[in-house]
Design a protein around this ligand. Structure first.
Ligand code: ADP
Ligand code: GLC
Length: 493
């Protein structure tokens, strides 16, 4: 067997310490899978204000305190704390970077009250990237690969290739950058670039300058040894079209041979109806009456009257344009004329929140809403709903459609990004959901109607549920692809 690799996984969110979306799930489960495959993985992430140190068993590491990190003309101080993600798969060490000025905030990126980005996000994440570089030599452990994720870690590849290039520890280190969402580009003014400490000679079109702005994302796309994104289809979309590449398609086209689409996996120890400790009833595909009991519990929770004949359509999502809420909005009047329940768990854009509140006001017996973040409700919605709606405008991978399959909750999706790679239209006993192509409310409504029609055919519906539940998107295959990629870039000079 070949020697295991040392991998440092850098991420701005990871469950159970922080989470705003799928990145947090991936940052927890991919390292565990790599670790289980015999590689030594450490995760490094900010320690945000609300993290409960006692509950999550976070401890100080004496020798990793008071580390100096330059941010512009200032020296910021960081402490590294340690914790472990422990699961039947093994134990992965997590380093949490503490700095009260930058990270003692209620949410990772945005002011909860206003919904706006923190005004010092440039400094917060320059600090995070630079702190990682500064602590590398102190960990007593040398990574072969530094795996960075999204713009919040995008400066690391540039640091490795510039101001830390002569560092003996980094001579053979390779960097991989994963794009989880290209819409988030880490764009800041030139002054922010000056605070990064990166050399002036990379402030140009071939470096980190993006139309007169400093882009963390561009830094990663230019300087990382390999780029990945979270589905094959999204890799093609972002490298070939402006619509999906969002301005970065040119750079990606140039780096096409270094760009890989590797589908996210699911952690079935967390998202599994057979073992879900948060749902009232656990079930397999042979025990579907128990799924119905979860549906009862779900309806009760949202104040809706249970009726086995009426399907529940569930959504768990960031309330953002990405997720297709404008076309959901457009079909709402029509949808409310159907025999359906609509249950939404979401947080984000307040205008969508207001809209759904008004829909509920008009249809109190059909609509259930919860605005905020709740893991427990997310699991109950997966377990109790009949259908899961995800008509995204774009979707790098998407996790909820895969979770839904496992819970026998049939996805209705738009064929984009990872949704197209994982869901196909159910027809004549094959396929696992309902799919439409064009981003259009009429097409969405037609797909919903196809689902509602099939739901009435109990026998066919159960057949579809059983097919959906048999899909296996576990991490094993994808983790192996990451390892192959790590090894292939390590061979390069
Ligand atoms: P994205 O990362 O674009 O938001 P994904 O489908 O990859 O989309 O992952 C979303 C993750 O966040 C899932 O684990 C989903 O259950 C979770 N999630 C989103 N909104 C909420 C919420 N309001 N409460 C609990 N979990 C949520
Ligand atoms: C992003 C994407 C989502 C993906 C997740 C994890 O937030 O929007 O599609 O599943 O990252 O990679």
């Amino acid at each position: 067997m070949s020697k295991g690799l040392n991998i440092l996984f850098c991420t701005s969110e990871v469950t159970p310490y922080s989470k705003t979306g799928g990145l947090a799930d991936v940052s927890n489960s991919l390292p565990q899978e790599l670790n289980a495959a015999g590689h030594a993985v450490r995760i490094i992430t900010p320690k945000y204000g609300p993290i409960d140190e006692r509950r999550l068993r976070i401890y100080e590491i004496k020798r990793l305190t008071n580390i100096e990190v330059p941010v512009g003309n200032k020296i910021a101080i960081c402490n590294i704390k340690s914790s472990f993600i422990v699961s039947p798969k093994g134990k992965v060490q997590v380093f949490l970077i503490e700095n009260s000025e930058y990270f003692n905030k209620e949410s990772p990126y945005i002011e909860a009250k206003t919904g706006k980005d923190y005004s010092n996000n440039d400094e917060r994440f320059i600090f995070f990237n630079r702190a990682i570089m500064q602590v590398l030599g102190l960990l007593g452990w040398q990574p072969d690969v530094i795996h960075c994720n999204d713009w919040q870690t995008g400066l690391i590849p540039a640091y490795i290739k510039t101001i830390y290039a002569k560092d003996s520890l980094l001579q053979n280190v390779k960097s991989v950058f994963t794009i989880h969402n290209i819409a988030f580009q880490g764009l800041f003014p030139h002054e922010s670039f000056l605070k990064s400490g990166l050399p002036e000679n990379i402030w140009n079109d071939d470096g980190v300058e993006y139309y007169n702005k400093f882009s963390f994302l561009k830094s990663a796309l230019i300087y990382s040894d390999a780029i990945t994104t979270v589905s094959e289809n999204y890799a093609n979309e972002i490298a070939t079209t402006h619509e999906y590449g969002m301005g970065f398609e040119g750079i990606l086209k140039k780096r096409r041979k270094d760009l890989y689409g590797i589908l996210n996996g699911v952690d079935y120890s967390v998202w599994n109806p057979e073992r879900d400790s948060t749902t009232p009833f656990r079930y397999t595909s042979k025990e579907l009456p128990l799924k119905r009991e979860n549906k009862k519990a779900l309806c009760k929770k949202f104040g809706l009257e249970f009726n086995a004949e009426i399907p529940v359509i569930g959504i768990i999502s960031r309330l953002s344009d990405q997720k297709g809420f404008d076309i959901i909005q457009q079909i709402m009047p029509q949808l409310m004329k159907e025999d359906v329940y609509f249950i939404l768990l979401g947080s984000g854009d307040k205008t969508y929140q207001k809209f759904f509140e008004s829909v509920k006001k008009k249809n109190p017996k059909k609509v259930g809403l919860h605005f905020g973040f709740s893991e427990e409700l997310a699991h109950l919605i997966e377990a109790g709903s009949d259908m899961y709606l995800m008509p995204s405008k774009y979707e790098p991978c998407g996790l909820n459609q895969m979770y839904s399959l496992k819970y026998g909750t049939i996805p209705i999706v738009r064929a984009t990004g990872g949704l197209a790679d994982t869901i196909s239209e159910y027809k004549n006993g094959t396929g696992n959901g309902f799919v439409f192509d064009k981003y259009d409310s009429g097409e969405l409504m037609k797909a919903v109607k196809r689902a509602l029609k099939l739901y009435k055919n109990r026998e066919e519906w159960i057949k579809l549920i059983r097919i959906a539940m048999s899909y296996d998107y576990s991490w094993e295959v994808s983790a192996r692809k990451y390892v192959d990629l790590y090894r292939s870039i390590m061979k390069k000079a």
